[in-house]
Design a protein around this ligand. Structure first.
Ligand SMILES: [Zn+2]
Ligand SMILES: [Zn+2]
Length: 214
């Protein structure tokens, strides 16, 4: 763009030095005003988004059958964290490992979890954060259990009792499916707490109701 074209675009054509200066000052002020307004709008938008996340992403989970609260208010994590490394074979006392999900939070498991375990051609983890499992014939197994479990720290759960669904040594395993009873007698969750396994409680998406907290 030539100097003349730029002057014409900014309305500077034919102005005296003083007029030109005044006009440039005016334009500069306008640009600064507009930038400040855009910044304020962006900040307001971010604050609204944070507020709506708080509303939709903090919840108490209750038994869908009887309505009993099974957790305190928990905040959602964007994903299930990696299970913390834990040398369970070196531990002085058996299990459980440190929890996968920190206290006060929950996360949604997007992969299949728990029973049924079915034979697969592809060896790999039987379910997220677990190692390989094989059946009596040495064939690798993979979970075909439900997706969408709500994963919490077992220490945050309230009013649940254990009914073993699969053999375990010092805790519980998810291999047999749900093993946690609500006080009303409904199976609502799967506890994983054996010494060599990640320490997690999976609330069944079908058996609990999320009550959003504001
Ligand atoms: Zn219940
Ligand atoms: Zn054990």
């Amino acid at each position: 763009m030539s100097q003349e074209e730029r002057d014409a675009r900014l309305g500077l054509t034919g102005l005296t030095g003083a007029e030109r200066e005044a006009r440039v000052r005016l334009l500069t002020e306008r640009v600064e005003r507009e930038a400040a307004a855009a910044r304020a709008a962006l900040q307001a938008q971010r604050a609204r988004r944070r507020a709506s996340e708080r509303e939709t992403e903090t919840a108490v989970f209750a038994c869908a059958a009887c309505g009993a609260a099974l957790t305190p208010a928990l905040r959602r994590l964007s994903a299930v964290p990696e299970a913390p490394f834990y040398a369970w074979w070196d531990a002085d006392e058996p299990g459980p490992s440190p929890a996968t999900v920190p206290s006060g939070f929950y996360a949604i498991e997007t992969e299949s979890y728990g029973a049924p375990l079915v034979v697969t051609d592809v060896p790999g983890p039987v379910m997220p954060r677990h190692g390989e499992h094989r059946n009596a014939e040495g064939k690798p197994l993979v979970s075909q259990g439900p997706r969408g479990n709500i994963v919490i720290n077992p220490d945050d759960a309230r009013g649940l009792s254990l009914r073993h669904a699969s053999p375990a040594c010092c805790g519980a395993t998810p291999d047999g499916g749900m093993n946690q009873l609500c006080a009303c007698g409904t199976l609502v969750a799967t506890l994983c707490s054996d010494c060599c396994l990640p320490y997690e409680l999976h609330l069944s998406a079908d058996q609990v109701r999320a009550i959003p907290q504001t």
